[in-house]
Design a protein around this ligand. Structure first.
Ligand SMILES: Cc1ncc(COP(=O)(O)O)c(C=O)c1O
Length: 416
């Protein structure tokens, strides 16, 4: 069969909805300056979908430095991979500053968090090593594990008893193979906002010999007294062996990093295929990341503002009787009971009638019958946004309870 024919015949689990969903539910275009209000399909909407936690994307100092760096260096410099011709003092400076911020001896940059995670897993592990990981691990961890030739054991999300069983099995196995064990968890789980139980996981180090890697994409910049991450929040930074962060969220840029001991970072630097065989991070992003990191360190009020909004939103939703699950981070899920068509109608109603733009998740990402509306509060939001949204959600819940989103009503809402 012709490969092209085969592929376009079945567009995949998301592609199959492309005709109906593209441009609205998938690939929506948000226009204008990144902030709490942006334009979607020609109308201003209140946006709860961006991981611009600290509002750095449009911070005037960030915009200034980004512009100046692009002017001075262009977007091409440096050319080539770090190892060949793409090394600069600024890349090294950023690594030193990131390492010191997350309290690790050394760090190394990635061009994308996703590729970085793949490459860390790939280079750290060989066929004799065993991985024990959380069942809700991000796609970059799962895809990294596809490259792993040895055994892996998954434990149900945050189930420490099962993790212990996985570690027992892994220990028996590595005693035979002579390999090592890596445990991988996230700091903050991005869909539900609950925290990886890093405090409990590190306690297992007393019983088992393993190294802990945490993906703290959502925790970096937002969690802990200085924003250094979820391990800082739990007070266990010294027990986390490898810390992964991305620039895609609180830093509001692109790229990422891993921090660990100096010898391990030196090993990664010489072995991580995603960095050896790919072009170095462009200079404006490096200079821009240095600026953003400086602001995270010197303007704690950005984090205070974020948490003011988080607390108002989460306590307001709870007070109004909403189930927001076990979130311990800014990520705020609102759980409703309903069908997939009802979820579609809620999205339409929120966007078109309330001008609220947020992401809605249904089965199979969450159990059947659950509608998860994910809100991402940021330092760019204000308390009026919070109040407005909670009131809108109360109305939406009422309509859902009255069956107004059931299929026979669809025409009324879509007739906008
Ligand atoms: C938990 C987690 N890990 C890793 C990544 C990938 O990071 P990046 O966007 O820098 O590739 C993301 C998404 O951005 C994420 O949410």
């Amino acid at each position: 069969m012709d490969l092209f024919e085969k592929r376009v015949k079945n567009l995949g689990p998301l592609g199959m909805y492309a005709e109906r969903a593209d441009g609205y539910f998938m690939f929506p275009k948000l226009e204008g300056e990144i902030s709490n209000k942006m334009v979607f399909r020609g109308k201003e909407r209140l946006i709860w979908s961006l991981n611009n936690y600290l509002g750095l994307a449009n911070h005037p100092e960030v915009r200034k430095v980004d512009g100046e760096a692009a002017q001075r260096w262009g977007l091409a410099y440096p050319m080539g991979a770090r190892m060949m011709s793409g090394q600069t003092d600024y890349h090294e400076q950023l690594e030193r500053e990131l390492a010191s911020f997350v309290k690790k001896p050394a760090a190394y940059l990635f061009n994308f968090g996703y590729q970085g995670m793949l490459s860390v897993i790939d280079s750290m592990l060989d066929r004799n090593d065993v991985v024990v990981y959380d069942s809700e691990a991000h796609a970059c961890i799962i895809d990294g594990l596809r490259l792993h030739m040895g055994k892996r054991f998954v434990y149900p999300h945050n189930n420490i008893e099962n993790l212990r069983k996985g570690l027992e099995r892994a220990t028996r196995l590595t005693n035979q193979t002579g390999g090592g064990i890596m445990v991988i968890t996230e700091g903050v789980y991005g869909m539900t906002g609950d925290l990886g139980k890093i405090d409990e996981i590190v306690k297992l180090k007393k019983e088992f010999d393993f190294r802990l890697l945490i993906d703290d994409a959502h925790g970096f910049g937002t969690m802990g007294p200085t924003g250094a991450g979820t391990d800082e929040h739990f007070g266990v930074q010294d027990q986390v062996d490898m810390y992964f962060g991305t620039f895609a969220k609180a830093i509001a840029g692109i790229g990422g990093f891993v921090a660990s001991t100096a010898p391990v970072i030196d090993f990664l630097k010489h072995n991580m295929r995603s960095q050896i065989f790919a072009k170095s991070l462009p200079m404006p992003m490096v200079i821009g990341a240095l600026k953003r990191l400086e602001l995270i360190r010197t303007q704690p009020e950005l984090r205070t503002k974020l948490w003011t909004i988080v607390d108002a939103l989460q306590s307001g939703l709870k007070k109004a009787g909403f189930d927001i699950g076990p979130s311990g981070s800014p990520v705020t899920p609102v759980m409703l009971n309903g069908t997939i068509p009802e979820a579609t109608m809620i999205t339409l109603d929120l966007r078109e009638n309330y001008n609220i733009f947020c992401s809605i998740v249904t089965y199979p990402v969450v159990p059947k019958g659950i509608i998860l509306i994910r809100l991402i509060p940021t330092a760019d939001h204000n308390l009026e946004d919070v109040e407005y949204t909670i009131n809108a959600f109360k109305e939406v819940r009422q309509k859902l309870d009255e069956g107004k989103y059931a299929s026979e009503q669809i025409a009324d809402i879509t007739n906008l």
